[in-house]
Ligand binder design. Structure first.
Ligand SMILES: [Zn+2]
Ligand SMILES: [Zn+2]
Length: 258
């Protein structure tokens, strides 16, 4: 019997990240820390929501005449390396602005607060994302890339890279990347995004390219300092189904949970 991809995925993540986090832990925390089961529910639901969203976006783009012809001819002629590099830049730029809105528009924050409710940041915390936010950010990242006509190989590499770096930046590891950290998002970079008491209203909003935060004035990565507490006032132990309805119950709230 063939093992379903969703199970293979979680097994690969466990085999890769559990030993690494055990050996190189930044914060010493239990493997089954608070909220682990909630996050496991997010992993399984998010897997299917992610795949469904990708299929719907492709159908949507095809129904709306597909990619922009002049651009797609030009983009499709470029080397695979250049296409992937540009796709990362455009994808993260779109994510940056969507993420900025998630932090600054009160009703959007009620969805995004779920991701920030984790009091323990590790690889499994990556997937704690409300389904509405998951669909919104995926559409913001992928629709421009589909319309620009990147090759299917370039998009496939981009999607794998995006997933891998999302888990990497949440990893509970103390490893520092002295030069690399300015070029590509690292755990040190993203931990500051989850800081319980951020220095800036929203800091380190990119998830792949820290230079975007540098350009837009939201970079915060001081030397020799690390955040000590994560989370928001939203109780991290709230179960999965309470998370799902949370934004709808708090629609009119200002950003009081921060
Ligand atoms: Zn955020
Ligand atoms: Zn995060």
């Amino acid at each position: 019997m063939e093992i379903p991809d969703v199970i293979k995925g979680i097994l690969i993540l466990v085999f890769v990240f559990v030993p690494i986090e055990k050996a190189l832990a930044f914060h010493h925390q239990k493997l089954l820390r608070e909220g682990w089961f909630t996050d496991l529910c997010y992993y399984f639901s998010g897997y299917f929501i992610g795949h469904g969203t990708t299929k719907l976006l492709i159908i949507f783009v095809l129904m709306s005449q597909g990619s922009i012809p002049i651009l797609s001819k030009f983009v499709g002629q470029q080397t695979l390396v250049l296409q992937v590099t540009v796709a990362i830049f455009i994808g993260d730029l779109c994510f940056y602005f969507a993420h900025r809105l998630l932090h600054t528009v009160p009703w959007l924050w009620q969805f995004h607060v779920i991701h920030h409710s984790s009091t323990h940041i590790d690889w499994l915390a990556t997937v704690r994302v409300h389904p509405f936010e998951q669909i919104l950010t995926k559409a913001c990242q992928m629709i421009p890339l589909y319309l620009l006509g990147f090759s299917s190989e370039a998009l496939a590499i981009y999607i794998i890279f995006s997933s891998a770096i999302a888990f990497f930046i949440h990893a509970n590891v103390r490893v520092k990347f002295p030069i690399l950290k300015w070029l590509i998002a690292t755990p040190e970079f993203h931990r500051w995004h989850h800081d319980r008491y951020p220095q800036k209203y929203a800091q380190n909003l990119a998830v792949q390219l820290p230079i975007l935060d540098y350009i837009f004035g939201t970079l915060y990565m001081p030397e020799n300092e690390q955040p000590k507490l994560y989370g928001t006032r939203l109780n991290a132990s709230t179960n999965y189904f309470n998370h799902l309805i949370y934004p709808f119950k708090n629609w009119n709230k200002k950003n009081a949970d921060k």
